[in-house]
Design a protein around this ligand. Structure first.
Ligand code: UD1
Ligand code: CA
Length: 451
């Protein structure tokens, strides 16, 4: 039986933030969400999360979580936090304890710890800079004897670079007997989970520190500097996965991944692009420099030219967007569609081959096959209270600077004269226009300055 206990009650004073530490984002998702993914991949019987500071916020951030939340009402240390959950757990169950602020750990690494036969197994790593971490103390035979926290360590102990990741595993019954004996007699006046190591050794139990090969996975984030460091590691990892999937990144370091991004091969993501939320890019799709693509699915062959902002967009065939276009939620573009520069689209479907090449607003609309919207076409979709639909038929031609006052329907192959304000349905195959006749004033002269 495997139970997982995530310690997430700390407020994270060192972050200097109003949100609980475990909700600080890495790659656009809360640290604890990443950790939970790895924890669940082990197929545990149950996951419990110890919450305290900002408990409601943590709960709200994990809507799909079907384990248990355990409240630690006072922050008396990691040992005290674990103690809040242990009484509910079967004595024989193995309990894997994870600190909530280590988002980069992989399931595989957790498995390597679970493979240890020791009564108390923990993951350690060799840190370039061990500051802030508990140091692993070993005797002359290399056996672990204790963990010493930074603030309680002597100068010699501080020089040790092998540190505690905070990930530990033992049976629930054992954790309980050790934790009952932990005292807050240390620099921080807290009940340290890490004191269990010394107690287990004193009881003659087997203790093993499994040294992780990839130290980056075990980095924790107590402050913004460490969080920024984790972000860098995460981004490098995410970019590496894209490269492995056959994506071209002309300037990998400039691309940011903040969510779950799936790319088919031969996708190109150019310099300075940011991908957020759930993004799917089909084979050969191109995301130009400086683009932001959020929660969107782009079909194979979609080209997004430089500096576009896309959110909630779906393309169903090869089409072209931008440069400088803004596509808002509910935009759907079919094969051969062209959305040009300075065009804003919201909740609108463009059927195959439809075009809005320049300077338009298209909202709450359907644009039929091969219809062409001239520069400056505006759907007036909002009457101040309600939104209305503009329905443009196949092969319609809308002259430049036309206002389409919704609800309104433009027939198939209709032509609308430039500069019109169209408030009534325009019939198929006809020219409709509203335009004041042009006049020329005979004998008119420009006023002249007297001097
Ligand atoms: C802890 C370890 C240290 C280890 C480091 C790894 C202890 C005493 N020290 O130090 O050996 O090297 O993690 O990153 O365990 N928490 C609670 N309730 C509390 C206190 C903390 O739930 O009363 C939670 C925090 O939310 C956090 C986790 O426990 O997610 C670890 O606490 P933190 O304060 O970050 O411990 P460190 O000082 O980093
Ligand atoms: Ca920490």
């Amino acid at each position: 039986m495997l139970e997982i206990l995530i310690l997430a009650a700390g407020e994270g004073k060192r972050m200097n933030s109003s949100r609980p530490k475990v909700l600080q984002p890495v790659g656009g998702r809360a640290m604890i969400s990443h950790l939970l993914d790895s924890a669940l991949a082990l197929g545990p019987d149950r996951v419990r999360i110890v919450v305290g500071a900002g408990a409601e916020q943590v709960r709200a951030a994990l809507p799909g979580f079907d384990g248990e939340f355990v409240i630690q009402s006072e922050r008396l240390g990691t040992g005290h936090a674990a103690q809040q959950a242990l009484p509910q757990i079967d004595a024989q169950a193995r309990v894997l304890i994870l600190p909530g602020d280590m988002p980069l750990i992989r399931a595989q690494t957790l498995k390597s710890l679970l493979a240890s036969p020791a009564d108390l197994a923990l993951l350690s790593f060799v840190a370039d800079d061990p500051t802030g971490y508990g140091r692993i103390l070993r005797d002359e035979n290399g056996q672990v004897t204790a963990i010493r926290e930074q603030r309680d360590a002597s100068e010699a102990e501080r020089a040790v670079r092998e540190v505690n990741s905070g990930v530990m595993c033992a049976r629930a019954g054992d954790w309980r007997t050790w934790l009952e004996r932990v005292r807050p007699d240390n620099a921080q006046g807290e009940y340290y989970l890490t004191d269990c190591i010394g107690l287990a050794v004193a009881d003659g139990r087997s203790v093993e520190a499994v040294v992780a090969t990839d130290a980056d996975e075990l980095l924790g984030a107590n402050d913004r500097r460490q969080l920024a460091g984790l972000e860098q590691v995460y981004q490098n990892r995410a970019r590496g996965e894209l490269l492995d999937a056959g994506v071209t990144l002309p300037d990998p370091d400039s691309v940011h991944i903040r969510g779950r991004v799936v790319c088919e091969r031969d996708v190109v993501i150019d310099r300075g692009a940011i991908l957020e939320g759930e993004v799917h890019l089909g084979e050969g799709a191109i995301v130009g420099p400086g683009c932001i693509v959020r929660d969107s699915t782009l079909a194979a062959g979609t080209r997004v030219e430089p500096y576009c902002v896309l959110e909630g967009v779906r393309t169903t065939g090869a089409c072209s967007v931008g440069p400088f276009a803004r596509l808002r939620p509910g935009t759907e573009l079919a094969e051969g569609v062209k959305i040009g520069n300075f065009v804003e689209v919201k909740k609108a479907r463009f059927e195959p081959g439809a075009k809005a090449s320049h300077l338009s607003y298209v909202g709450d609309a359907v644009v039929g096959e091969r219809a062409n919207l001239g520069a400056g076409t505006i759907t007036c979709n909002y009457d101040g209270v309600n939104k209305h639909l503009t329905d443009i038929g196949a092969e319609a031609f809308i002259g430049s600077n036309t206002a389409l006052v919704a609800p309104v329907k433009i027939g198939e192959r209709a032509t609308i004269g430039a500069g019109s304000v169209i408030g009534r349905d325009a019939p198929a195959d006809r020219l409709s226009l509203t335009r004041a006749p042009q006049r020329t004033i005979e004998g008119w002269q420009r006023p002249r300055r007297k001097d």
